[in-house]
Design a protein around this ligand. Structure first.
Ligand code: BEZ
Length: 213
């Protein structure tokens, strides 16, 4: 198992899932992707997380992001659990859950942290860009459900950087001013940021969020 770091190519794999066999890179296609792990099927926090992700589908679709979950149980277990998720969370799970009984993918992505739990995965999140590069890694313990609004916020930030040459400051939210990335020369700012900009310091230049009307 090699350490995966930001900027690395997301390792490819083929695995069974609740929606059939998946070749990860083929499944990602040319859009963005999220791979996120769950300690195990039929666990309470995971049940709420997967229900929440299903309800956020239109938000992920808007951002051209496909979502795939993973847990170390098998396909039949996943299918039974999905029925419970749909029933208890009032939704329909609309993304695949990888069956990682042999822990092949969990180990490839370093999702098992033995000093936390020797067998189950922690709550890992990998955001992958259209070049299949890892752009974000988050790790939560099993006992803390993730904040999927934060995940959308980070995706918005990553996409603003990828497509508009801006970064996002502390506690940024959609609609707030952004920071012009240091790689943009002062002379190029008027053409790139026609909405205007402020020079707070030579290294801190802000502009209204570029992708809003
Ligand atoms: C859960 O997924 O609900 C969970 C798993 C392990 C510890 C605590 C909660």
């Amino acid at each position: 198992m090699a350490t995966i770091r930001l900027g690395d190519l997301a390792p490819n794999f083929t695995a069974q899932s609740s929606e059939g066999q998946i070749n990860f890179h083929d499944w990602l296609g040319d859009g963005w992707g999220i791979l996120f792990s769950h300690p195990a099927d039929y666990t309470p926090v995971c049940t709420t997380e997967l229900g929440t992700v299903a309800k956020y589908k239109s938000e992920f679709d808007k951002r051209n992001v496909k979502v795939v979950a993973l847990s170390v149980d098998g396909v039949e277990s996943h299918k039974g659990w999905i029925k419970d998720i749909n029933e208890t969370q009032n939704t329909t799970v609309n993304f695949p859950i990888i069956a990682d009984e042999d822990r092949k993918v969990s180990e490839l992505y370093d999702m098992i942290h033995p000093n936390a739990d020797s067998k189950l995965t922690v709550r890992s999140v990998f955001v992958i860009d259209p070049d299949k590069k890892v752009k974000l890694i988050i790790t939560y313990p099993a006992s803390t459900g993730r904040n999927f609004d934060e995940l959308l916020r980070v995706i918005d930030s990553l996409q603003l950087t990828a497509y508009h040459k801006v970064a996002t400051p502390a506690n940024w939210n959609n609609g707030d001013d952004c920071v012009i990335v240091p790689a943009v020369a002062d002379k190029d700012i008027p053409e790139l940021f026609p909405k205007g900009h402020k020079v707070v310091k030579p290294y801190l230049r802000t502009t209204p969020q570029p992708n809003l009307d």
